[in-house]
Design a protein around this ligand. Structure first.
Ligand code: ADP
Ligand code: MG
Length: 715
């Protein structure tokens, strides 16, 4: 099927092996070819016995479990390959519920009875590992009597080598589960949700007349924002190195008002960092594509070419890890916190999401024929319905303590989820709703004047940037993710709720007597009904405007401002019912995620509060008192009064903060989280407000913390 606007889509992108992607054309600068450090399709073909290679690929293609007899051969080839690259150890690389990645290293060498060592790596070690699960959060899933967890090889995400100046490490992407089979990580539900979506979408494709596709993959292309600051300042700021954000600091005299940083030229040290990160990522098979300055000073963005959700999500974790490592080689620190600097734009992560078939069709790409357009509108309508039904869950999937500084703060999407369709698509849906247009009948759209859908413009920088969920030409862009987050949960949610929605639309089609291929009329009717019932979620206006908050409330859209407001949606009835039906997460697994997220929120606030109180009492207060002493020594009456007043206020604020943080009524759960939000955050803010006033009057040589103007403008 010819689709002229189909871009960037190769079978390899839908398939799992990211390493196969673009091997020919994406050569990194210098002598390192793309995917050099990946046990790629190519490396496997070269090193595995022919029949093993074929059987492995066939298993992966069918999405079946691996035949254990293959494992030894694969492990052996993998070890040889890794050792030639200098690896001495291997690790099962996994993603516990903390949201970061975890590794436990084992040497390839095993002692022999002769007192020497031989290199060994068995199929069993490849397939399964047993880290000490008790040190990872499980939210009560794993009782202590069954304290073991295990990691299981994910052969659909390629193994890779992490280099270090003193050696190299073979990393094997794995899932992490309890012995009772419950997911303790973010990968398992993501994989399950991809299966769920594939099944539902294939069912729909058959009804829509597609007989060829065998598998539907969800795809993700994340745009990652981050800050770089000089490491000297970082290490002089206990708030930054313990919490990832500045807990004190007055706004710089020059912010982003001048707009001279965005897309400005990139300073040499920063560019050197970017080039090295990209080269390293390329060798790891991560296809980075764009880089530029972001809105705030010292803020930047990196974006890869999209891949299937599982590989894309693993690669996102790697990207964050590599950037943080490489930054240090240039005397920089890469900050991934959602809001490192108050009063300065925070960092997010745009999650570009679509669905594509193994035959190379992007299901969210408007087509060149009326029939393709009907299929596009069908899937689009399914997404609209899913987002409307599960808007609160989507909000919950991006909730964390850092996000609460951003969402709704007029620099990032609001805490209200809505969909931006763009004028053209909105017009098409409205026309269909009124029964005036039929995408299968040439010329039937009033005023559109074309036989097929007009080409929908691809997303450009000037399109609605305030929307949390925007259609951008051939994909949806979920823009509410925080910069430090794993992609896994939001994409698990998206895949699952869209699977449910696609199935609901299919049920309706079938109820209308469609068997085999549905008629265009029946499909258009379903699209019409679905849009009509869910259009309240569609909003093309300014999401930052005050009036939108009022309108959204009238429309009945949820507005979950803080993390404790949003998280309960992880365990709402309709969430549990969808996730259980598609076997993505059981009620118990959902509850564990809820508990872990709540606990992380409260714990992080507790650490922030302790850090703030300690910095205030032991660094800032002494500076202010010394300054006051100097004023007194100089006998400057006018200034003494002002400073002494602030010092008194400061002492009172610090004392309140310490008390609030020490004496909370509940010790765990949502109550504790809410108490921290309602009591400790205001106490921290009050302390900061006085400190920031003091920063403006205390002698610069006495002030112990590097200032925003230094951190944000030294490059
Ligand atoms: P923006 O204008 O938002 O910067 P870009 O055109 O740079 O958008 O694309 C942003 C991201 O969207 C890239 O990572 C790109 O690979 C990804 N993307 C493009 N097509 C798809 C798709 N079909 N599925 C998922 N992601 C996609
Ligand atoms: Mg974007």
């Amino acid at each position: 099927m010819a689709r002229t606007r189909q871009q960037n889509v190769t079978a390899a992108q839908w398939h799992s092996n990211g390493a196969a992607l673009g091997a020919a054309d994406l050569t990194a600068p210098g002598s390192y070819p793309f995917g050099d450090n990946v046990f790629s399709l190519d490396a496997q073909r070269k090193r595995l016995p022919k029949d093993v290679f074929k059987r492995l690929q066939a298993t992966l293609h069918r999405g079946e479990a691996l035949d254990p007899s293959l494992a030894d051969a694969v492990a052996n080839a993998m070890r040889e390959w890794a050792m030639e690259k200098g690896a001495t150890h291997f690790t099962h690389w996994f993603q516990p519920l903390t949201g970061s990645t975890a590794e436990k290293h084992d040497s390839f060498y095993a002692p022999t009875s002769e007192g020497t060592a031989i290199a060994e790596f068995s199929g069993k070690e490849l397939i399964q590992g047993e880290p000490d699960a008790s040190s990872f959060p499980t939210g009560g899933v794993r009782a202590t009597f069954e304290a073991r967890g295990y990691t299981a090889w994910d052969p659909t995400s390629p193994a890779f080598i992490l280099e270090n100046p003193n050696g190299a490490l073979l990393c094997i992407p794995t899932a992490f589960a309890s012995w009772t089979g419950e997911a303790l990580d973010h990968k398992i539900p993501l994989l399950r949700s991809m299966d769920a979506l594939s099944k539902a979408a294939l069912r729909a494709l058959r009804l829509l007349g597609d007989t060829e596709a065998q598998r539907v993959f969800t795809t993700v292309g994340p745009e990652q924002e981050y800050f770089l600051i000089d490491e000297q300042y970082y290490f002089e700021r206990p708030d930054l190195y313990t919490t990832g954000r500045t807990l004190f600091g007055t706004k710089p005299p020059k912010g982003h008002e001048l707009d001279d940083h965005y897309f400005g030229s990139i300073p040499e040290r920063i560019l050197a960092f970017m080039l090295e990160s990209e080269r390293e990522l390329a060798r790891l098979g991560v296809p980075t594509k764009t880089r530029h300055n972001e809105v705030a000073p010292n803020q930047y963005e990196i974006a890869p070419i999209f891949e299937n959700s599982n590989v894309g999500s693993d690669h996102q974790q790697l990207t964050m890890q590599v950037m943080q490592n490489v930054a240090r080689r240039y005397g920089l620190v890469c900050l991934l916190h959602e809001k490192p600097f108050a009063g300065v734009n925070g960092s997010g992560k745009h999650n570009n999401w679509s669905m594509g078939t193994d035959t190379g069709l992007n299901l969210l790409e408007p087509g060149d024929t009326p029939h393709e357009n009907i299929s596009f509108l069908f899937f689009c309508a399914a997404v609209i319905a899913a987002v409307n039904r599960h808007q609160a869950l989507l909000r919950a999937s991006v909730a964390n303590v850092g996000q609460d500084h951003r969402l709704g703060a007029n620099e990032a999407p609001p805490a209200i989820i809505s969909i931006f369709l763009g004028a053209e698509l909105l017009k098409i849906f409205n026309t269909i709703e009124k029964g005036e247009g039929d995408p299968a009948t040439p010329g039937s759209f009033l005023g559109l004047g074309t036989p097929v859908l007009p080409p929908l413009p691809m997303h450009g920088g000037d399109r609605n940037r305030t929307s949390p969920f925007a259609f951008t030409g051939n994909k949806f862009e979920f823009r509410a993710l925080g910069s430090s987050m794993s992609l896994a949960l939001p994409n698990t949610v998206l895949n699952t709720i869209v699977a449910e929605s696609v199935d609901q639309l299919c049920d309706k089609l079938e109820a209308r007597g469609s068997n085999g291929t549905s008629s265009n009329d029946a499909i258009v009717e379903i699209v019409r009904e679905t849009y009509s019932a869910n259009k309240q979620i569609c909003f093309d206006g300014d999401n930052y405007a005050e009036s939108w908050h009022a309108e959204a409330e009238q429309r009945g859209l949820s507005n979950l401002r803080t993390t404790p407001d949003a998280l309960p949606w992880l365990v709402e009835k309709q969430t549990i019912s969808a996730f259980e039906r598609y076997e993505v997460l059981s009620e118990r697994e959902l509850e564990s995620r809820f508990e872990v997220s709540v606990e992380q929120y409260a714990t992080k606030l507790n650490i922030e509060a302790e850090t703030a109180a300690s910095i205030a009492r032991t660094m800032l207060l002494p500076a202010a008192v010394r300054h006051l002493g100097e004023l007194r020594a100089a006998g400057h009456e006018g200034l003494i009064g002002e400073t002494a007043g602030l010092v008194d206020e400061f002492v009172a604020a610090i004392t309140t903060l310490e008390e609030k943080n020490a004496h909370h009524p509940a010790d765990e759960g949502l109550e504790y989280a809410k108490w921290m939000r309602d009591n400790v955050i205001p106490a921290m803010e009050a302390t900061r407000a006085v400190a920031d006033k003091l920063e403006r009057i205390v002698a610069d040589d006495l002030w112990p913390l590097p200032k925003y103007s230094e951190m944000l403008f030294i490059k």
